[in-house]
Design a protein around this ligand. Structure first.
Ligand code: MLT
Length: 257
């Protein structure tokens, strides 16, 4: 297994306990921007672009969730951070769970936003490989056009998410799709996670249904669920205050031990 990390591009805001935000697929750190003014007086926010996306390097190969976790470890080491809270959105949550399994001693809390712990069903996996092949032939617009309208009901946000997706390279998108398709099931070991965790999920999410969030919450040792009525796959954009409140509560819980 090639687990050679890359140096991720990142931005930083605020001071205090470190909280690393991992964006979903196929976005970059800017999706978290609505949360920054709502959380940065509580903590030190570190917002990387995951490999293959945004301004981070786009190396060859399949980006397994474990490899994404390795990049996060590398970032923590570079910043000399011993323990952090990880907040992962969707694919960023898959990477966060891979990190939790490999490096539990480096983790103080987990925020799981619009994400799930199960592996892909065979048909979903197949659809990802098909999409990867199509992106190879026709380019990033295939993903932008199919995903953006399903992410949120806000037409302005659909436009800006479409634009954001288009800024990425086909190579990085294909590598992420294959990495997500190959990701192992995390449901079996989730109950071993004993740090505080908050699970945030919209009941209008077209990508990860609310039931998956409920399952994760039940399995995690010390977790609570924040359900967002009428919200889709992007709670940080469509419900920033409620999402920030949930994460601030997690941060306070970690800080107060
Ligand atoms: C994401 O937002 O990261 C993706 O929708 C996750 C997925 O396709 O499973």
């Amino acid at each position: 297994m090639n687990l050679i990390p890359v140096q991720l591009y990142y931005e930083e805001f605020g001071k205090g306990f470190p909280v690393v935000f991992l964006h979903g697929f196929p976005f970059d750190h800017t999706i978290w921007e609505p949360l920054v003014p709502l959380i940065s007086d509580q903590a030190r926010l570190i917002l990387p672009d995951l490999r293959g996306l945004g301004r981070s390097p786009v190396p060859d190969g399949v980006y397994s969730m474990r490899l994404l976790a390795e990049d996060v470890l590398n970032l923590l080491n570079t910043l000399k951070i011993e323990k952090a809270i990880l907040v992962g959105h969707s694919m960023g949550g898959y990477a966060g769970l891979a990190f939790a399994q490999a490096y539990p001693h480096r983790l103080a809390g987990l925020g799981l936003v619009s994400t799930q712990a199960g592996a892909d069903a065979p048909e979903r996996r197949q659809a990802r490989y098909q999409l990867a092949e199509e992106v190879g032939r026709k380019g990033v617009k295939v993903v932008a056009e199919s995903m953006a309208p399903k992410l949120t009901q806000n037409p302005e946000q659909v436009k800006s998410l479409h634009k954001l997706i288009m800024q990425n390279k086909a190579k990085g998108i294909i590598a992420c799709l294959k990495g997500m398709a190959e990701r192992p099931d995390a449901l079996g070991w989730l109950s071993a996670i004993s740090i505080p965790a908050v699970v945030v999920s919209g009941d209008a999410d077209n990508f990860v249904p609310l039931e998956r969030a409920q399952t994760m919450t039940q399995l995690l040792g010390k977790a609570w669920l924040v359900k967002l009525p009428g919200v889709g796959h992007m709670p940080m954009i469509d419900a920033p205050q409620v999402t920030a409140d949930a994460l601030n509560q997690l941060i306070q819980m970690v800080i107060s031990g």
